[in-house]
Ligand binder design. Structure first.
Ligand SMILES: [Zn+2]
Length: 220
């Protein structure tokens, strides 16, 4: 079985954050080539402001998304499902997922439940989307149809692990394309979710030599 290798939350909490105070910008304005399709869970748990928030990211993230877009083959586009999330929205998402998981797994201990939660939603203090540095995204073709990535975005099965061997070769190829353009633009991936990429946050800081993040929690 494929062994998932994520960074423990305790390690993420120990990452130093020196926020460079870059502003949150509207990706619809800065990245007009991208497609926006805000995720269902944002609409369900958040409503109006959360949907608008989800189009915002730090300015250098926007620049890097444009770079990644320019590396895609003709006709293909990055499709954004969620960028910035307010701390309030993050807490709502955490509570909703926790409640659902608790109902699905009544026999699980709190410890097991929390381990599973670490793979699904971050606690507010270290939440990547609250920094404006994290993006949930996929690729669409010239007809704005999503490429086959092996699962839907925001499904939670072992197939959502970026390196899962149990998806079709077509899906592996699509994930490789996403990996190629985002890695080349400085983003790093959260290994439990093929769709989650970030720049500048704690997860990114963990991979830097000086173990320092440049984006902390942000408000808009
Ligand atoms: Zn995400």
């Amino acid at each position: 079985m494929y062994k998932l290798n994520t960074i423990p939350n305790s390690d993420l909490r120990s990452i130093r954050v020196i926020d460079n105070k870059e502003p949150l910008v509207d990706l619809r304005k800065i990245c007009p080539q991208l497609v926006f399709n805000i995720a269902k869970y944002i609409k369900k748990n958040g409503g109006g402001k959360a949907i608008i928030d989800a189009h915002y990211a730090r300015s250098d993230v926007a620049r890097r998304l444009n770079q990644a877009q320019s590396l895609l083959p003709g006709g293909f586009k990055l499709m954004i499902e969620c960028a910035y999330r307010s701390p309030l929205m993050q807490q709502k998402s955490y509570d909703a997922v926790y409640k659902k998981l608790r109902e699905e797994r009544p026999s699980w201990s709190n410890k097991l439940l929390e381990e599973e939660m670490d793979k699904r939603v971050s606690t507010v203090d270290i939440a990547p989307h609250c920094t404006g540095g994290a993006i949930d995204l996929t690729i669409v073709d010239q007809h704005e149809r999503q490429l086959d990535m092996g699962t839907q975005l925001d499904e939670f099965t072992e197939k959502t692990y970026t390196e899962s061997p149990s998806i079709s070769s077509e899906a592996i190829e699509s994930r490789n394309l996403l990996k190629k353009v985002l890695s080349a633009s400085g983003f790093i991936n959260f290994p439990a979710e093929w769709w989650h990429w970030s720049y500048g946050d704690r997860e990114w800081g963990y991979h830097q030599k000086d173990k320092t993040a440049i984006y902390g929690q942000s408000e808009r």
